[in-house]
Design a protein around this ligand. Structure first.
Ligand code: AMP
Length: 398
């Protein structure tokens, strides 16, 4: 995998595809700049080499040129993050962009306007990608968040940079860290898969079967497994039509020597509400009218024991309705154990895809685990074993 560390960028115009698709407030100031801050080391390395940085990104889903989706809104934030002046060009193509780039000096930074102001971007139009490519001498893809899209600036463009395309640090870190789990993690390897539905996690569960030693199934999706085994799950979320698949997955697990861990007891509620009445029940004996919304104490202890014997761990999806304080305990306590084991140096822990990322942020655990993916949908697709066009395109041309 070629990264920016394999190149020196002195005097080169470097087109960097970043993911500056950040949430904005009503006054258009940046509400959460995590994605911008993540790209600072990549931009710094290229500037330190004496490269000329031209940043391309999308923002939102504009159907035409709309000011609310203009990347000019993020310039002040970006200048502060980079501690340097950023020139904004109000188009990503055309004479304005060409002239501004031609006048650049080494280490200067230009931000181009939203690439999605052209429908050709999402269409993956080759001619459009070629026009973008003409703006730079080298191409760096650092937009993991859109790596699962075959868009012009994320994938199609790479073919115009033979031997001059590589990954920035955001991309490289995401790939390296998830591969530490999926390809050659130190055993025992454990995956904690939670969230609301089995249906959205089928491909991930199937992928994990051949790769992990332990599979902890928590959250809403556990009830489909419990019910399939004849348990009474009351009003808990359950996908009746997937019970057969749940049994098949359990059979595959047995055949492959994967130990599946399901909840033993759960915190039940008489309504899906933050103010609901609660009681702790056996996970397979939930009374009618009640629904399981969090892991119970025995479950937490049993999941924690598995975490403690693991050396490598992937966490995808919360194990309860953590958005409601009454049902956040399981997710918080499991997160604490994962963080503590990581800090003790006995566990490599990756949190990726879906709401577990929000959960670790909410509980202040993000800095205490080994790696938190910023990739959202892209990380989910990577975990599902799919080829991501943004990664593939750079690998082919690196
Ligand atoms: P997902 O996007 O599939 O990862 O699901 C995340 C959502 O699952 C979160 O919003 C949680 O509130 C929800 N969730 C977790 N446990 C349960 C449960 N027992 N019942 C219903 N929803 C749950």
């Amino acid at each position: 995998m070629k990264t920016i560390d394999d190149f020196s960028f002195a005097g080169q115009v470097v087109l960097i595809r970043v993911d500056f698709n950040v949430p904005l407030q009503a006054d258009f100031s940046v509400a959460d700049g995590t994605r911008i801050l993540a790209t600072v080391p990549t931009i710094a390395k290229i500037r330190n080499d004496g490269g000329r940085v031209v940043l391309m990104s999308h923002l939102g889903r504009p159907s035409a040129r709309e000011d609310k989706y203009s990347l000019r809104h993020i310039v002040t934030y970006l200048e502060k993050a980079l501690q340097t002046r950023v020139s904004f060009v109000n188009d990503c193509l055309g004479e304005g962009a060409q002239t501004a780039i031609a006048q650049m000096k080494d280490a200067e930074v230009i931000l181009l306007e939203n690439v999605r102001f052209y429908a050709e971007e999402e269409a993956g139009d080759v001619a459009f990608a070629q026009k973008l490519a003409k703006l730079g001498d080298m191409y760096v893809n650092d937009a993991f968040g859109t790596a699962h899209r075959a868009h012009a600036s994320t994938a199609i463009i790479a073919q115009f940079f033979p031997k001059k395309a590589c990954f920035g640090y955001v991309m490289a870190n995401e790939i390296l860290n998830v591969n530490k789990v999926l390809k050659g993690g130190t055993p025992p390897i454990t995956a904690v898969v939670g969230g609301s539905k089995v249906s959205s996690k089928i491909a991930i569960l199937e992928q994990l079967m051949g790769r992990v030693d332990h599979l902890i199934i928590g959250g809403g999706m556990a009830y489909t497994f419990l019910r399939a085994q004849g348990g009474q799950t009351g009003n808990s979320i359950c996908e009746e039509n997937l019970q057969g698949l749940a049994l098949e997955l359990m059979a595959t697990a047995r055949a492959k020597g994967v130990q599946i861990h399901l909840p033993i007891d759960v915190v039940c509620a008489d309504a899906f509400s933050p103010e609901a009445n609660t009681q702790v029940c056996e996970a397979n004996a939930i009374p009618e009218g009640w629904q399981g919304l969090d892991a119970g104490p025995k479950t937490i202890a049993s999941f924690a024991a598995v975490v403690k014997l693991s050396k490598t761990l992937l966490w995808n999806g919360p194990i309860g309705v953590f958005e409601f304080e009454k049902f956040a305990t399981g997710t918080r306590e499991l997160g604490e154990v994962i963080a503590a084991q990581t800090e003790a140096g006995t566990l490599f822990s990756l949190v990726g895809g879906g709401d577990s990322v929000s959960a670790v942020n909410q509980f202040g655990l993000a800095k205490r685990v080994s790696y938190v993916s910023t990739g959202g949908g892209a990380m989910l697709e990577y975990l599902e074993g799919r080829t991501l066009p943004g990664i593939e395109a750079v690998l082919k041309n690196a």
